[in-house]
Every structure is written in structure tokens, then in C-alpha cells.
Design a protein around this ligand. Structure first.
Ligand SMILES: Cc1cc2nc3c(=O)[nH]c(=O)nc-3n(C[C@H](O)[C@H](O)[C@H](O)COP(=O)(O)O)c2cc1C
Length: 438
């Protein structure tokens, strides 16, 4: 079963989108629908709502009554902050019919309605099914737009040839039948292996930067915004994991399905980790946790003009990650993050992985201002015992995808090791058994 987001734009073939939705629901998929205003003139929202069992969205400005949930899922307690919750969690985004107008917007990155805005934010495969009058389809503008989309890995399901809606016209532009659209989506989903490879897994992510109080209003903090951790939480949820995010002073929108625990200081983060860690399968420790804190924070505000300028004495905080690593149970995967300066960054990360007993360390060079803290891009190296994987400068969501690919690899390798150990133990047991009998 997959989450299918269906975008419907304005054209005669919108009636076929109803049947596409019906077939997808019948095949066991959870379907949500976004319509353009023009499409509602062809097929009303009530029909899609009845077929999918979920509200249809038209505009990014209207709240989603289902709060980003797909049919069959619990509606979250809180409404998602983002109007993009549906596309963030989709396994495939099918836009059918895709009008000439919508195709042009998609090709040029316009985002003037929810359908096109969602397409810009889509990280899942996007499939478009153009449907229009033959002359519109063959116009160089439409053809150039389709080439642009195909170059960007959007899957275009070419229209068929035959009688067109305009009276007496015959030509290219007919949208393929709903069963073909569904088959194309399912092929896309299958080619990407399982759309939800982390289904059933509990992933604990920490994000943001801790703040250590000096007095009742001041603190020692760091520049971490939480973007990397939120990207990891989003990607893990998209892959089907049950995700808990321990967020230290994060002011970003979080995916609606992710359970969020808000913390402020390193001690609060440590407590939350201690509670949540035993129940998780994977820990992604992306938060920037203070190494030192004021030894004697005061409960009131220190006054500027009373007495001498205060001196702040620091004491070390507890090493949360090392403590968790020491308490790990077999099968848990632990990933640390290291923000290091300059040339020795990689060597430090290797040492950190060994010293703390981690499965992987994701290291980035914080001597550069264009990547890392409080920006949307990063460039990292993922260090494991088996080797190193460099991710050249890219969006934090792509970095998150690579980190989770590595986690999946580590889990697969762990399962293989456990299988061979079991086989070896079985062989020893069998030998011992035979020995006893003799
Ligand atoms: C009766 C009728 C049929 C239409 N059929 C199509 C069509 O099949 N394909 C298309 O690209 N545009 C078609 N249009 C034009 C679109 O509805 C129009 O370009 C609209 O702006 C599309 O908006 P949207 O892309 O936001 O849905 C049709 C218009 C009318 C009035």
C-alpha cells in the first residue's frame, strides 16, 4: 500500500481522474486529492471526497481538515504548520490530467496554487499525464515544457492518439486510461524498491542546539537551527519509520506524523534521550549539544550596574551520546554528528566514532560559511567502520536521504551478521547434539 497524492488540473479528462482515484483505492492505496480551481469546473470535489474518503484540497491557504493524514491513518492532534504536509508524505505524486497551463507552470517552477506548490516541494517521484487538444499538445511551447520536465526526472506518461473531446477532432492528446496511469505509478514505486523501507522501525532523532542558562534570561547557545535533524526526521517518516524528534530550541515546522519532544538544555536533552533511547531501533544524534555549561546559573536576571562584572565559570556537561552508546542493546544503530574545523575534520570524526562506539559519524567542515549551521545546504562525509561516503554540497534533505541509506545498509549488514552467527551456533549445537547422542 502506498500514499498516492493525485493532482487534478482543468481539462475534459478530469473525469478520468475520478476513475484513477477509484482504482487506486481499490488496489489498497491511500489516496489524497489536490484540485486546481479550473478542474472543479469539470469535476467537483464531492466526487473525489466520496471515492477517497478524505477531504480534497484546493488552496494552500485553507486548512486541511485531515491535518495531513492519508486515509487509514490517525489524524494528528495538531494541525501541521506546513501546507505541504500531504506532498511531504506522499510516495508518488500523480498529476492527471496535467493541462497545458499546469505543465507550463511545473516546467518553470511557478507555484501559484497548491497543486504546483506541492510539485515544487515534492521529494517523491512525480508522474504527469498531459491531456489536451492535439494542437495545444504539439505546440513547441508545450513540447519544450515536457522536455524540461523529463530532463528533471519527472515521469511523463505520453498521451494517446484518437478522438479528442473537441467535436470532430482526431489527434494526439488523449489521456491514457486510468488503469494505465495506476500501472505507471505502481511501476515507479516498485522501481524505487519498497516505498516504505523503514516501516515498523522506531527512529529517534535529536535536532537543534541546546541553551545553557547563565541567569533567568541569558544563556550560552550555539548556531544550530535544527534543519539537519528535521530533514532526517522527515526523511525517516517518509520511509515509513515511526519517528520521535527531540527538538532543542527548534523554530522550524516539523512533519505532522513526527512526535516532537521539546527541550532546552543539554540536561533536558539527556533526560529525554535516556527515556526514549531504550525503545528505539535507530538513533540519529544531530543536535548540537553544549560541551560546557555555567557552573552556577542564577535564578534572577544579573544586573548590569550592580557590583563587578560577573565571571562565568563553566563545567562540562554529561556526554549524552557516549552514555547511550554504553547502554545500547544489540541491533540498535547509533549515528553521531560532528562539526569540525578544517583539514583534520575527517580524522577527528574517525576517532569520535571509535571512541564513542558509534556505527557512523556524519562530519561537516564548519570552517566554511556556505554549508552547515543555519543554512539549507550541507556537504558531509559519512564515516563507518566499513568505509567513508562523501556527499558533495547539496540540500539537507538529500544529505538526510544518504544518511538513511547508510543506516539501511548498516541494518542489513547487522541482520546478515546475526543470521550467520545463528547458522554457526546452529551448526555447533547440532554437532554438540550428535556428540551427546554418541
Ligand atoms: C471545455 C473546456 C475544456 C478544456 N480542456 C482542456 C484540456 O483538455 N487540456 C488543457 O490543457 N486545457 C483545457 N482547457 C483549458 C483549461 O481549462 C485552462 O487552460 C485552465 O486555465 C487550466 O487551469 P489549471 O491548469 O490551473 O487547471 C479546457 C477549457 C474548457 C473550457
Amino acid at each position: 500500500m502506498a500514499r498516492v497524492l493525485l493532482g487534478v488540473s482543468g481539462g475534459i479528462a478530469a473525469y478520468k481522474a475520478l476513475e484513477t482515484a477509484r482504482l487506486a483505492v481499490k488496489a489498497g492505496h491511500a489516496v489524497r486529492v489536490i484540485q486546481t480551481d479550473a478542474s472543479v469546473r469539470f469535476v467537483g470535489t464531492a466526487s473525489f471526497q466520496a471515492i477517497t474518503g478524505a477531504p480534497v484540497l484546493l488552496s494552500e491557504l485553507e486548512p486541511d481538515p485531515a491535518r495531513g493524514a492519508y486515509p487509514g491513518e490517525a489524524v494528528p492532534d495538531r494541525a501541521p504548520i506546513s501546507h505541504l504536509a500531504l506532498v511531504e508524505r506522499a510516495d508518488v505524486y500523480l498529476i492527471a490530467p496535467a493541462s497545458a497551463n499546469t505543465l507550463a507552470k511545473l516546467a518553470h517552477g511557478l507555484a501559484d496554487n497548491l497543486l504546483t506548490t506541492a510539485a515544487l516541494a515534492a521529494e517523491c517521484p512525480v508522474v504527469v499525464a498531459p491531456a489536451m487538444n492535439g494542437r495545444m499538445y504539439e505546440h513547441p511551447a508545450t513540447q519544450a515544457n515536457l522536455r524540461l520536465l523529463a530532463d528533471r526526472d519527472v515521469m511523463v506518461i505520453p498521451p494517446g492518439e484518437g478522438d479528442l473531446a473537441s467535436h470532430g477532432e482526431h489527434g494526439v492528446g488523449r489521456m491514457p486510461e486510468p488503469s494505465e496511469l495506476l500501472a505507471a505509478c505502481e511501476a515507479v514505486l516498485e522501481s524505487g524498491a519498497s516505498p516504505r523501507p523503514l516501516s515498523g522501525l522506531r527512529v529517534l532523532v535529536t535536532a537543534g542546539g541546546t541553551r545553557e542558562p547563565i541567569d533567568s534570561v541569558r544563556y550560552i547557545g550555539n548556531r544550530s537551527s535544527g534543519r539537519m535533524g528535521v530533514a532526517l526526521a522527515r526523511e525517516a517518516a517518509r520511509r515509513g519509520a515511526d519517528v520521535t524528534l527531540i527538538a532543542a530550541n527548534v523554530a522550524l515546522a516539523t512533519p505532522p506524523v513526527v512526535r516532537v519532544i521539546e527541550v532546552r538544555s543539554a540536561a533536558e536533552l539527556g533526560d529525554a534521550c535516556e527515556r526514549e533511547f531504550p525503545g528505539c531501533d535507530v538513533l540519529l544524534m544531530a543536535a548540537a549539544v553544549a560541551d560546557f555549561r555555567p557552573a552556577a546559573p542564577v535564578a534572577h536576571k544579573l544586573k548590569k550596574d550592580v557590583g563587578p562584572v560577573p565571571t562565568i565559570e563553566l563545567e562540562p556537561t554529561d556526554d549524552v551520546l557516549s552514555a547511550l552508546a554504553a547502554a545500547r542493546r544489540p541491533g540498535q544503530v547509533l549515528v553521531g554528528f560532528a562539526a569540525e574545523h578544517g583539514e583534520d575534520a575527517l580524522e577527528h570524526a574517525r576517532a569520535k566514532r571509535r571512541r564513542k562506539g558509534l556505527d557512523a559519524v556524519v562530519v561537516n567542515d564548519i570552517s566554511r560559511s556556505d554549508i552547515g549551521f543555519d543554512v539549507s545546504e550541507n556537504e558531509v562525509t559519512v564515516v563507518t567502520a566499513a568505509g567513508e561516503r562523501r556527499v558533495p554540497r547539496t540540500s539537507k534533505s538529500r544529505v538526510a536521504a544518504t544518511v538513511l541509506d547508510v543506516v539501511q545498509g548498516l541494518r542489513a549488514a547487522g541482520a546478515q551478521r546475526a543470521d550467520s552467527k545463528e547458522a554457526a551456533d546452529g551448526a555447533v549445537g547440532a554437532t554438540a547434539g550428535r556428540g551427546t547422542r554418541v
